[in-house]
Design a protein around this ligand. Structure first.
Ligand code: SIN
Ligand code: FE2
Length: 205
């Protein structure tokens, strides 16, 4: 029954340049979760400190040439894991392929991400409304993959004060935003029951 329902949920344009692709990664979910486990063994998810001194509720790690990090000095991309002083684990081919295919499906051909942020939400974790703006090249889209537990996603506009839409994302759902939506505000409501994982693919360097 859930398979039938998933197949009935069709792609939806959220805004100019932004697509929700329900269930797009569903057939690969177990394989993607296994890759996250392997990445986590090499570069453990950790709750990073934001410049203001607080600790994020979401635990993060990365794979790919560049990884997103934050500490007291600010947000940035780093070629190495600050915990280990070593490069991040390589981006597994099935992750890179998914990102490329989903981007293509949403109208963005030739997406070659060099960064994949791995977010782990336990029950109660959340991510406030923000823009992804630490990347050099804002012409490339963002591909965001939801795995495991469902969440309520927050989708806003280009201004923080714009109205925010809230909708459920299930494991296997993929969102792609770029072009005029590249700097859209977005976030995740406090998770009711975890864990949930998210892969965010970006062209950072
Ligand atoms: C993010 O914006 O970095 C994460 C979004 C999500 O977890 O779906
Ligand atoms: Fe984000």
């Amino acid at each position: 029954m859930t398979d039938l329902l998933a197949s009935l949920r069709t792609a939806e344009r959220l805004a100019e340049g932004a697509m929700l692709l329900p269930g797009y990664a569903r057939d690969r979910e177990a394989a993607l979760l296994a890759e996250i486990q392997t990445i986590s063994n090499l570069a453990p998810p950790r709750r990073m400190t934001v410049p203001g001194g607080g600790e994020m509720s979401v635990a993060m790690t990365n794979c790919g040439a560049l990884g997103w990090v934050t500490d007291r000095t600010g947000y940035r991309y780093s070629p190495t894991d600050p915990l280990a002083g070593e490069p991040w684990p390589a981006m597994p081919p099935i992750l890179a392929a998914l990102a490329r295919e989903a981007a293509e499906e949403a109208g963005y051909g030739g997406f070659t991400p060099d960064a994949c942020l791995v977010n782990r939400y336990q029950t109660g974790a959340k991510m406030g409304l923000h823009q992804d703006r630490d990347e050099q090249d804002l012409t490339a889209p963002i591909v965001s993959v939801s795995l495991a537990a469902a969440c309520v996603f927050l989708w806003g506009g280009l201004r923080r004060s714009d109205p925010v839409r809230r909708f459920a994302l299930q494991g296997g759902d993929v969102m792609v935003w770029g072009g005029p939506s590249r700097l859209a505000f977005h976030g995740v409501d406090r998770l009711q029951a975890g864990p949930r994982f998210n892969l965010t693919f970006r062209k950072a360097g």
